[in-house]
Design a protein around this ligand. Structure first.
Ligand code: PGA
Length: 259
């Protein structure tokens, strides 16, 4: 099958890791490499590091976007501990990860709350990367596609599909592959991505072609190229390997070959 050209997207989800000192080292190490072109590269640090990291990227002339790992469904008010989309935009943050499996599993996020947040984040002007993925149990029971389709459709039901395809992305992250070193095979991941894209196609052909569907779950420099070379895998959401500047750069380079 011929590959439709979509700009690749490679994102580092730092989760609850980093410090001012460690982040500086990461930027310094990443800056030693040739500038990145042809791929959207985004780093998602903990909220508190967004402004300093953004400034460091600018100082080092790194073409890397910055995003948050979550945001509130609300605009403002009595929601202790929450951060709104407007606040993220206020500090120059463009992207947001929503519905990561760790938030679904540990912080009670549901298909519905993720959908509401996604619609609101988009409306406010953020670029959401929405995570979907089946658990190990669902995977063993052969229910991967059924589960991810219902997670995807919960989102597509509430957003303007063209707008989402234009500014957002889907990250297929099998829960059993996250942080485990058990990466999905490129064949399996491609099959799931194609099923997801087909589902978008049934709503809107152009949006299905434009939407970036990236893979996450134990992506490393030694498996990224094989994954990213599949026709419906448009890049990756990288956890552990995104904390190492050198390895993350190698992963970004392997996505470059997509266009
Ligand atoms: P991992 O995490 O690359 O460490 O498996 C991916 C993610 O949680 O986004």
């Amino acid at each position: 099958m011929e590959k439709v050209v979509r700009k690749s997207l490679v994102a580092a989800n730092w989760k609850m890791n980093g410090s001012l000192a460690a982040n500086s080292v990461w930027v310094e190490e990443f800056s030693a490499f040739k500038p990145v072109a042809g791929t959207d590269v985004v780093v998602f640090p903990p909220f508190v590091y967004i402004p300093t990291l953004k400034a460091k990227f600018a100082d080092a002339q790194l073409n890397i976007g910055i995003g948050a790992q979550n945001c509130s469904a609300h605009d403002k008010g009595a929601y202790t501990g929450e951060i709104s989309p407007d606040m993220l935009i206020d500090i120059g943050c463009d992207w947001v990860i929503l519905g990561h499996s760790e938030r679904r599993q540990m912080f009670g996020e549901t298909d519905n709350s993720v959908a509401v947040k996604t619609a609101n984040a988009l409306k406010k002007g953020l670029r959401p990367i929405v995570c979907i993925g089946e658990t190990e149990e669902q995977w063993s029971a052969g229910k991967s596609e059924e589960v991810v389709l219902s997670q995807l459709n919960a989102i597509l039901d509430v957003v303007d599909v063209e707008e989402f395809a234009d500014r957002g992305a889907i990250a297929y992250e099998p829960v059993w592959a996250i942080g485990t070193g058990k990466t999905a095979t490129p064949e399996f991941a491609q099959a799931v991505h194609a099923t997801l894209r087909d589902s978008v196609k049934s709503r809107n052909l152009e949006a299905a072609d434009a939407l970036r569907i990236i893979y996450g779950g134990s992506v490393k420099a030694n498996n990224s190229e094989e994954l990213f070379s599949r026709p419906d895998i448009d890049g990756g959401l990288i956890g552990g390997a995104g904390l190492k500047a050198k390895e993350f750069y190698a992963i970004v380079q392997s996505a470059k070959s997509l266009i």
